[in-house]
Design a protein around this ligand. Structure first.
Ligand SMILES: O=C(O)C(=O)C[C@]1(C(=O)O)C=C[C@@H](O)C=C1
Length: 272
């Protein structure tokens, strides 16, 4: 089985791919989320792993757009606890650092820590582990990486500061994507959908109250722009429920409020 990820061994995506699919899985590494989505759309891999939201930094909005544009569906979700370490070449001290590089989402999660070090420039890079590997392979001094403990071990770097994310209790929600449209099975307790509603007074409020009346728990609502209609929005909505009938009944009731409806995923709720 082949699985596409953004990043390399030691990245958080790599850890999720191994935990979800097992150590035997064939991992295809890419530099961008766009390449990850494209490889799945072309059928070069069976699944893709993609971070969609972090509990400190929020949603990765461009990834919603990729789901849509490449016609991909959510097969599973996975919540990974994220602890970030400041990694350097052995022997380097904090005073020597002039820049720290990492994935933009990782930098956002550690912004507060660096307020005490204004001399350090924070620079977006490909992924956490790629920076760690580059520091190790090129013997870079003056440069730090924000990455995991696993990356520190793999690439032989020192942990200069541990657990530097703004709050200890930090999670990233990953989605496992496939090309196949969702189908029901007995494990399904969560649905993701993309809904476009007519821009009329109260239409979103009506839609949401119908969901509440049907007993659906809305776990996430994310607006995304409709790009060919400036200032109009679609909504990615996640709901958690116990019975398939409750979900189907709610959707039937809101049909008249919607201009477009796409079921993006049916899977088991993993949030505890
Ligand atoms: O750079 C990595 O290690 C990643 O797997 C990327 C990523 C992300 O896309 O959010 C994954 C989890 C963390 O939130 C930080 C970075």
């Amino acid at each position: 089985m082949k699985v596409a990820i953004q990043g390399i061994q030691g990245s958080f995506h790599h850890q999720v791919a191994m935990q979800v699919f097992g150590a035997e899985v064939l991992i295809q590494e890419f530099k961008t989320f766009e390449e990850v989505a494209k490889s799945l759309a072309k059928g070069e891999v069976d699944f893709s792993v993609m971070a969609i939201e972090n509990s400190i930094a929020g949603a990765i909005l461009p990834n919603y757009e990729l789901l849509d544009r490449y016609g991909l569906y959510i097969q599973q979700e996975y919540y990974l606890p994220i602890a970030h370490q400041l990694l350097v070449l052995p022997g380097q001290g904090i005073k020597e650092l002039v820049e720290v590089r990492s994935h933009p989402m990782a930098l956002l999660q550690c912004k507060q820590f660096f307020q005490q070090y204004p001399q350090i420039q924070l620079i977006d890079d490909i992924d956490t582990a790629t920076v760690a590997r580059r520091i190790a392979h090129e013997g870079l001094t003056g440069v730090g990486a924000i990455a995991s403990k696993v990356a520190a071990e793999i690439y032989g770097l020192d942990i200069l500061a541990a657990d530097i994310q703004t709050v200890k209790n930090n999670f990233t929600r990953f989605i496992i994507l496939e090309k196949k449209a969702p189908t029901w099975n007995s494990a399904v307790t969560k649905a993701s959908m993309k809904i476009t509603i007519s821009n009329q007074k109260g239409s979103l409020a009506r839609l949401l109250s119908r969901f509440a009346e049907a007993g659906l728990d809305l776990s996430k609502i994310q607006s995304v722009p409709v790009i060919d209609q400036p200032w109009n929005y679609s909504f990615f909505i996640d709901t958690v429920f116990e019975r398939q009938e409750d979900f189907e009944q709610a959707i039937a009731q809101v049909q008249s409020e919607m201009e477009a409806f796409l079921l993006v995923g049916l899977y088991s709720n993993q949030r505890v």
